[in-house]
Design a protein around this ligand. Structure first.
Ligand SMILES: NC(=O)c1ccc[n+]([C@@H]2O[C@H](COP(=O)([O-])OP(=O)(O)OC[C@H]3O[C@@H](n4cnc5c(N)ncnc54)[C@H](O)[C@@H]3O)[C@@H](O)[C@H]2O)c1
Length: 390
């Protein structure tokens, strides 16, 4: 088929293999034509696994190719920003993992650049694409909950409960050089923002959609329940590493709703560990995305005259095209994300859910919680136009 979008994936690591690549392979609208990783052996292994014709190690070889429509950035944190701006400058639609940038104002800049060039963007806000969450959004648009009163969000699991699990989960043969070690400022104010930014943000995103409103003020705290841990697989000793492994914030919304959020990876429970509950004048909805005994999602609803929550079946239309019962949560949710992005590009028009503008709203909240923690106070939103990440 010649009318498929031609995609290049930058980063051939674990998340590319379990989420992004199955997503592109499962969408009838995309063809992955190139994979790029500085680790050639890894890129070649992924190319064999997913039948990708071309392997490169230099990002320039991706960006200079005029026949590529979409660039997918699935590298680790610090490289997201430069790769995203370079791909947009090269005229590509961009899917990027979160955070696109640490400072929300830079995410807005990326959004404005994309918008000025007529390009679409998408961020790895994975959990809004769970079929049960897409159905929840649909029910809310149809008036199921009435006026929203309360949102409670949780994004938590126990992946770093054990202090011997290194904070850097990559398997290193030699110690990484040239990387700034984070979590070395041991003051309360110097805590390195990790759980909220990397794990909490997709549920903050869901909450914004469920309450249908901006936040006007918030207060939050960043905690570190497991203060000593191994830094890499090559370290034997535990080291004091000051990162937020557990955090909470509460907020008020412009429409009067109250909003709360907790994010942690030191709380007992399985992946991915999302719960999002919303209560309104006409009903309540509770979604749970926690893989338990083969079930990856559940949605329950209740009404004022039938207050016991009952399971709601998610209609087929909310599942990705290549869905098969028994698939893993990451494949199912990400397949919906990828196919939705491909459809938004192919169909044109203005629809572009979970784009850089939405990611900037989420990142502004992350930055505001960091500020609230450091300055021990309520923070008003929108933030003043200054660097909130320091
Ligand atoms: N949305 C989600 O729910 C979710 C879940 C898991 C991971 N992630 C995100 O996905 C991203 C990747 O995570 P991962 O676990 O796959 O990491 P990983 O370390 O396994 O893979 C990253 C790969 O990128 C390559 N790379 C780095 N910089 C590069 C560059 N400039 N050019 C080419 N290749 C480069 C590395 O060699 C590595 O192979 C991270 O940002 C992570 O936070 C998101």
């Amino acid at each position: 088929m010649t009318d498929k979008l031609r995609v290049a994936v930058i980063g051939a690591g674990r998340w590319a293999a379990s989420a992004h690549l199955p997503g592109f392979v499962g969408s009838p609208l995309s063809d992955v034509v190139m994979i790029c990783d500085v680790d050639r052996e890894l890129a070649e292994a992924r190319a064999r696994e997913f039948d990708i014709p071309e392997v490169v190690t230099d990002v320039e070889k991706v960006l200079s190719r005029r026949d590529i429509d979409v660039v997918d950035v699935v590298t680790r944190g610090e490289s997201h920003e430069p790769l995203t701006f370079a791909a947009l400058e090269a005229g590509k639609h961009v899917l990027c993992e979160k955070p696109v940038c640490h400072d929300y104002r830079d995410v807005w800049r990326a959004h404005e650049l994309a918008f000025s060039k007529g390009l679409k963007t998408k961020v790895g806000l994975t959990f809004r694409y769970a079929p049960a969450v897409q159905y929840m959004f649909h029910l809310i648009r149809e008036g199921y909950i009435g006026d929203p009163y309360v949102f409670n969000g949780y994004e938590q699991n126990s992946q770093w409960l054990d202090p011997y699990v290194p904070i850097d989960k990559r398997i290193h043969k030699v110690k990484p050089v040239g990387e700034e070690p984070f979590g070395t400022d041991l003051s309360r104010e110097g805590i390195h923002l990790l759980s909220l930014e990397i794990y909490g943000s997709p549920t903050i995103d869901i909450g914004l959609e469920l309450v249908g409103s901006e936040l006007t003020q918030l207060v939050g705290v960043l905690g570190n329940m497991v203060p000593y841990r191994r830094r890499t697989n090559l370290d034997i000793e535990l080291e004091r590493i000051n990162v937020d492994d557990t955090d909470m914030f509460i907020a008020e919304c412009a429409n009067g709703a109250l909003y709360s959020m907790q994010s942690s990876y030191a709380t007992v429970g399985n992946y991915p560990g999302i719960e999002a509950n919303v209560y309104g004048s006409k009903g309540g909805l509770k979604v749970r995305l926690v893989e338990e005994f083969g079930v990856i999602q559940t949605l329950h609803g209740a009404k004022p005259d039938a207050v016991e929550y009952v399971p709601l079946e998610v209609p087929d239309q909310f599942f990705p095209p290549a869905y098969e019962p028994g698939q893993r949560w990451d494949t199912v949710f990400y397949s919906n994300l990828v196919h939705d992005f491909m459809r938004e590009i192919v169909e044109g028009g203005e629809t572009n859910q979970g784009n850089f503008a939405q990611s900037a709203r989420v990142q502004e909240i992350v930055n505001a919680v960091g500020l609230s923690h450091r300055e021990h106070r309520w923070v008003n939103l929108p933030l003043e136009n200054k660097d909130q990440t320091k």
